[in-house]
Design a protein around this ligand. Structure first.
Ligand code: PFF
Length: 451
């Protein structure tokens, strides 16, 4: 994302690039554990409703203002209305909060890839393997640092072309493998209970927290409310159909998350013997359950190795775009060279990320509002900052700047099919719902109310 703005060469190019940034650990690691924790079917239902309403509204808004102004978040808001420059700044804070802990999980993925590669499947499938690993001091920090360095090297030397080519092979392969593993999982004895838990909503499990969790996940997964889609929009050509592209990115991202859930949740039922408490395992779910599935498979060692390699790849394409975003924010603001900016941001990520990683070991005594460090940063970005940015975006565009900037931009490529719906969503439904959910769920997290 250099100052000189390139643009995507063909129509599919934009969708693929945006999807490459969107599909990552959010879909494969975060979505399944949230769905498991927040009631399965009800979470899935809320998520799908939010994706086609709120997700659609925000993504089309961000991409349209990016394409209209040709600028990234701060510049775009400033160009539309000087008073709202601060919304752009606030959006820029989010990637700085996410990147360090994203890379900690990335480090875990490398560790599992190497473990499978060296044939240690039985060890990885052991009950205490994961906790034993993350609670150490040096080892998780080492794998995390390796992950950060790989990401930083790509950002400094810019091998995007190679990544684009590799994506075209690895992404479809990932889909095939996820489908294959899901089929294997749901045909195990006992798995049907898990499939039911995942697909059939239980309305008694519904609460404001479910909605906040689903909403935070939606933003995270689709890279919304953090300025990223504005930047992507600024690279989009004027003849590319905006509304259609938004729908394609949403469908792709949601389909991968859905399949990841179908792969992991039934497996939890199989290996815990139907004990629902195992569903609440949180961030460790992918790392604890999947190795057991692979151990159970013929050729599981090989399949597991390929699987973690593909997850690693999906994670890297996302963290590269995260780091790149941080670097371009610094460069736009301070005018630094690419190298200086990348090195500075990398040091920041290394320091903060190492602290987050140690939060599972020697620093596990640190709790902020009752949460460990990784969970705290995750809560801060997904449940607080992103909803606030989303609320401000809706209010600024809907009530001050006018939704016409967005609809005019969309109409450059033909009729805006959902224009009426969009206007009502942007002006009223989205901001009101967002504010209510945010206030309610933050009050609950802080212990001010109990529901
Ligand atoms: N959307 C990515 C995921 O689901 O893993 C996370 C992400 C990547 C967020 C890139 C922001 C970003 F710029």
């Amino acid at each position: 994302m250099d100052k000189k703005r390139g643009s995507f060469s063909n129509k599919m190019g934009f969708v693929l690039a945006a999807a490459g940034s969107a599909v990552g650990l959010g879909n494969l690691w975060r979505f399944p554990y949230l769905a498991a924790k927040y009631g399965g079917g009800i979470f899935l239902l809320v998520y799908l409703i939010l994706a086609v309403t709120l997700g659609f509204t925000l993504m089309i808004t961000e991409i349209a203002i990016g394409r209209k102004t040709g600028l990234s978040a701060v510049g775009a808001f400033k160009a539309l209305d000087k008073r709202f420059k601060f919304v752009g700044y606030l959006a820029c804070v989010v990637p700085f909060v996410i990147t360090p802990y994203y890379c900690v999980i990335g480090g875990w993925v490398i560790k599992y890839f190497v473990t499978f590669l060296t044939g240690d499947v039985a060890a990885a499938a052991g009950d205490e393997y994961f906790n034993g690993f993350i609670s150490q001091t040096a080892s998780p920090v080492f794998w995390f640092a390796l992950y950060v360095i790989i990401t930083a090297v790509v950002v400094i030397f810019g091998v995007e072309k190679g990544i684009e080519k590799a994506s075209r092979i690895m992404m479809p392969l990932l889909v095939v493998l996820i489908v294959g593993v899901s089929v294997f999982c749901i045909t195990r004895p006992g798995a049907m209970e898990g499939v039911k838990y995942y697909l059939l909503p239980d309305f008694s499990k519904f609460s404001a927290t479910t909605v906040l969790a689903a909403m935070g996940q939606l933003f995270y997964s689709m890279s919304l409310a953090m300025g990223i889609m504005i930047t992507y929009g600024s690279y989009m050509k004027k003849d590319c159909n905006l509304e259609k592209s938004v729908r394609q990115i949403e469908i792709f991202d949601t389909a991968i998350a859905f399949l990841a859930g179908l792969m992991i949740i039934p497996s939890v039922f199989v290996f815990s013997g139907g004990d629902e408490a195992a569903l609440g395992k949180g961030p460790s779910l992918m790392f604890v359950t999947l190795p057991k599935v692979f151990e159970d498979m013929t050729l599981g060692g090989v399949i597991g190795t390929v699987f973690f390699l593909l997850v690693l790849f999906a994670a890297l394409t996302s963290s590269i775009s995260l780091l790149e975003t941080n670097v371009s924010i610094i460069r736009d603001k301070l005018g630094w060279s690419r190298k200086k900016a990348t090195i500075t941001v990398t040091i920041y990520v290394l320091v903060l990320g190492a602290i987050v990683s140690l939060g599972f070991g020697p620093l596990s005594f640190i709790k902020i509002i009752g949460l460990g460090l990784l969970d705290f940063f995750d809560f801060l970005s997904n449940s607080v900052l992103m909803p606030i940015v989303a609320i401000l975006t809706c209010i600024c565009i809907g009530h001050f700047i006018g939704s016409k900037v967005v609809s005019d931009e969309v109409e450059l490529n033909g009729a805006f099919k959902f224009k009426k719906f969009y206007n009502i969503m942007l002006k009223w439904i989205a901001p009101i719902c967002l504010i209510l959910i945010l206030v309610f769920a933050v009050s609950e997290a802080m212990g001010w109310i109990t529901v």
